[in-house]
Write a protein that binds this ligand. Structure first.
Ligand code: NAD
Length: 291
């Protein structure tokens, strides 16, 4: 299939690369020339050029405003041929996904929101979890493409439901990364070896995804951002954005999210302290006594 892939950042680049390896004809585009060059997939000169003749359009952008700017501001929606499948995998507000789905349907496009979980390692390995919102029939069309990038594909419900599921997951992730960092910092302050404590908690009732796959303490786990100066991975400012989406939504839904609210405040302070570009596991720095 001919696939346009727009947004070749930490996640988009390995996802596009997996589609290309699976034999699809990929035309990539990113506003950042550096990101585009580093992606290692064939490039188009513009987003409009990328979607020309594409059967599937996939976008992987940072936040709602980037998705709005691409499809509405730059008018890309009007450049995509009727009948095309449009999959937005960015983590954005459910309301923006619903707006995109409605505007796309009015133009004869099949639009899905399909945010992902699994991090950059999951993107590289093709083992992402996709949380899909939109028509079940559109999802069946998308499934063979999504299967080349992910191992788990869930239909969460109608347009915007994928984003709602992702918002809940990432609120929990932010909270558990802070809790894990807090426990490790307390243990180290008590003279414990962070690697030994991590293994104890991983195999005890405190076990969780951060301890299994994404330890925030430098040097405990190879190849995770914490062991690479918190570079790569999932930016703290992206986590702050996701917690903001959850808090906006909680206000509208009348939901009680006390820990989500505290997590957003901690990530906001971490960002103001100048650490927003680091991986989100660097929140450990905010909880640890300086060496
Ligand atoms: P990123 O900042 O590394 O990449 C986003 C890319 O989009 C950038 O290269 C940027 O130049 C490009 N871009 C922005 N506007 C554009 C436009 N109009 N046209 C073309 N390119 C444009 O971000 P990322 O880490 O790849 O994350 C992408 C999305 O996936 C975010 O919504 C994030 O919350 C979500 N996500 C990230 C991870 C992770 O571990 N990094 C995990 C799950 C979900």
């Amino acid at each position: 299939m001919r696939i346009a892939f727009i947004g070749l950042g930490h996640m988009g680049a390995p996802m596009a690369s997996n589609l290309q390896k699976a034999g699809h004809e990929v035309a990539g585009f990113d506003l950042s020339a550096d990101a585009a060059r580093a992606a290692g997939v064939p490039l188009a000169a513009s987003a409009a050029d990328a979607v020309a003749g594409a059967e599937v359009v996939i976008s992987m952008l940072p936040a709602s405003r980037h998705v709005e700017a691409l499809y509405f501001g730059e008018g890309l929606l009007d450049r995509i041929a009727a009948g095309t499948l449009v999959i937005d995998s960015s983590t954005i507000a459910s309301a923006t996904s619903r707006k995109l789905a409605e505007a796309g349907a009015a133009r004869g496009l099949a639009v899905l929101d399909a945010p992902v979980s699994g991090g950059t390692a999951g993107a590289a390995a093709g083992t992402l979890t996709f949380m899909v919102g939109g028509d079940a029939a559109h999802l069946e069309r998308a499934r063979p493409v999504l299967e080349k990038m992910g191992a788990n594909i869930f239909h969460a419900g109608g347009a915007g439901a994928g984003q709602a599921a992702k918002m809940c997951n990432n609120m929990l992730l932010g909270i558990l990364m802070i809790g894990t960092s807090e426990a490790l910092a307390l243990g180290v302050a008590n003279g414990l070896d962070p690697a030994v404590l991590s293994e104890i908690m991983r195999r005890s009732s405190g076990g969780n995804w951060a301890l299994e796959k994404y330890n925030p303490f430098p040097g405990v786990m190879p190849n995770v951002p914490a062991s690479k100066g918190y570079s790569g991975g999932f930016g703290g400012d992206l986590m702050l954005k996701d917690l903001g989406l959850a808090m906006d939504n909680a206000v509208q839904a009348g939901a009680a999210t006390p820990l989500g609210s505290l997590a957003r405040s901690l990530y906001a302070a971490h960002s103001l302290a100048g650490h927003g570009a680091l991986d989100f596991s660097s929140i450990l720095k905010a909880l640890q006594r300086p060496a």
